[in-house]
Design a protein around this ligand. Structure first.
Ligand SMILES: Nc1ncnc2c1ncn2[C@@H]1O[C@H](COP(=O)(O)OP(=O)(O)O)[C@@H](O)[C@H]1O
Ligand SMILES: O=C(O)C1=C[C@@H](OP(=O)(O)O)[C@@H](O)[C@H](O)C1
Ligand SMILES: [Mg+2]
Length: 167
């Protein structure tokens, strides 16, 4: 068993929103590894970061991705930092991997209203987002089989683009 689409990209790219819509559109199950980590830890991501640290979160995330890649056959959305793990990047080989891109301005706008992302909760979310994009763009592109820029698209249009490219 293997996901039909794995969706990744930076925070605010719409992995969760578009992944869920795509799954609804084609009638398959949706799964988000952030939810799996929260369920396994029994607490929200912000509490995992505060209580246990980012490294502990990354270890749980790596395990959640590995498990989902083996057991889920619908749409699988990853957390934005999942690709930081070289082991995860290796495990993504051979899968249909959709990279949803978003620029800094739109990414900050989309994530700005939520306090649920501890990495972006600092005093300068624009600088943090820029640093995050600089560090991760090569990693997203290393594993992606399809890339969709989402800045000027509605979630429905992103689903259309994903289906046109992979369907
Ligand atoms: N294409 C889009 N256009 C406008 N808003 C979007 C789009 N995709 C997602 N959003 C909004 O951005 C926020 C973050 O989306 P989310 O799916 O949680 O992103 P991710 O899982 O990639 O971090 C949500 O409020 C969502 O409604
Ligand atoms: O980019 C990141 O490092 C993170 C992104 C979040 O997921 P989303 O990308 O779905 O917001 C979540 O996994 C955690 O807050 C860390
Ligand atoms: Mg998400």
């Amino acid at each position: 068993m293997s996901p039909r689409w794995v969706v990744l990209g930076p925070p605010g790219a719409g992995k969760t929103t578009v992944g869920r819509l795509l799954a609804e559109r084609v009638g398959v199950a949706f799964r988000d590894t952030d939810d799996d980590v929260v369920a396994a830890a029994g607490k929200p991501i912000s509490d995992i970061f505060t209580d246990d640290g980012e490294a502990a979160f990354r270890a749980m995330e790596e395990a959640a991705v590995a498990e989902a890649l083996e057991s889920h056959d619908g749409v699988l959305a990853l957390g934005g930092g999942a690709v930081l793990s070289a082991t995860t990047r290796r495990r993504l080989a051979g899968h249909t991997v959709v990279f949803l891109g978003v620029g800094m301005a739109e990414g900050v706008r989309r994530t700005g209203l939520s306090s649920a992302r501890p990495l972006l909760a600092g005093v300068n979310p624009r600088a943090t987002f820029k640093a995050l994009l600089d560090a991760r763009l090569p990693l997203y592109r290393e594993v992606a089989t399809v890339e969709v820029a989402t800045d000027d698209l509605t979630p429905e249009q992103v689903v259309d683009a994903v289906l046109a490219a992979t369907g």
